[in-house]
Design a protein. Sequence first.
Length: 380
Amino acid sequence: MSHLFPTYARWDVTPLKAKGAYLTAKDGKEYLDFTSGISVCNLGHAPENVKKAVEEQLENFWHTSNLFQIDLQEEVAKQLTDASGLDLVFFGNSGAEANEAAIKLARKATGRTKVITFIDSFHGRTFATMAATGQDKIKTGFGPMLETFEYVKINNLDGLKAALDENTAAVMFEVIQGEGGINEGNADFLKEVEKLAHENGSLVIIDEIQTGIGRTGKPFAFQHAGLDPDIISVAKAIANGFPLGAIVGKAALAEAFSAGSHGSTFGGNPVALAAAKETLNTIFDEKFLADVTAKGEKLNSLLTDALSGVDSVKQLKGKGLMVGIELTDEAGPFVTKAREHNLLILTAGTHVLRLLPPLNVSDKEIEKAVTILAAVLKAE
Ligand SMILES: Cc1ncc(COP(=O)(O)O)c(C=O)c1O
């Protein structure tokens, strides 16, 4: 009998070891991992340079508290602000915590309470971020939600115009909805959202928790559309598997997050930051990011060829190495079949297969994954 709450529909795979793009299970089965811990291990499993940085920090100190000056916090904050064009960072431990911080900051800075989010978005599982999430299934059974949030359709300006009012603190969205189905906000729409929000005195919060840290071929997905957010939230891949989250925001917001206004015991943990410093140093590099774009194009073009004429495939979606394959049927059974063929992939929404390989995936690994996927989808 398990002593865990049954909150996860777990796979029948017990990891023993994982290195690069491969995961070996306790039963000896070896899997090609195109999940990257759900967009967390963007440099693959256990990269040597990150491991070394963590080992060094373990020798120095593990935790002191945020009463101390932590050099690593300043160093990683500089990496994040340099890469995003924003100014100031607050560190937490997870994506939901980062979004909580963003929502609190927007409300305090504007003195307004409403936050507009998008239908089919996913922003986390805490009480506020669950309410922010535009999917009913996440909220079922938890009683009345916070009334702070109003939900509008992606790529539909009329809905947004109707929702924006003098009490709107912020509009918060993912540039590409990850959990919701790899749904991309088109650049013109997002630009207009930003313009309308700013004209209304509302902030723009972009949730880069799944799309950020190089996943789409730029440090952050908002940069493809040339947006100018007030706050972005990041987590997942920031420390390649160590728990860390952050918001990065404009300097004008500093006063609203003055001493004593927000905090976290573990937020900005030095061991996680040592991993983050090395991870960001590797990923926020022009050549590395150009390679992500090239690999994304390769994966896309091989999938296009291999899946052309497969009836159950509707379209390919996504950007860089965040790839969705929209199906006519439910995606779940194909994820199981791929696993039986030693390939780990995910669903997004009900009808989309989601591929999130490590960003340093090799051409050979891409070819292998496409061969397995084509066999699985054609065998239907
Ligand atoms: C876009 C987005 N926001 C927020 C979260 C929540 O992050 P966490 O699970 O670290 O709290 C996720 C997690 O999947 C996510 O994809």
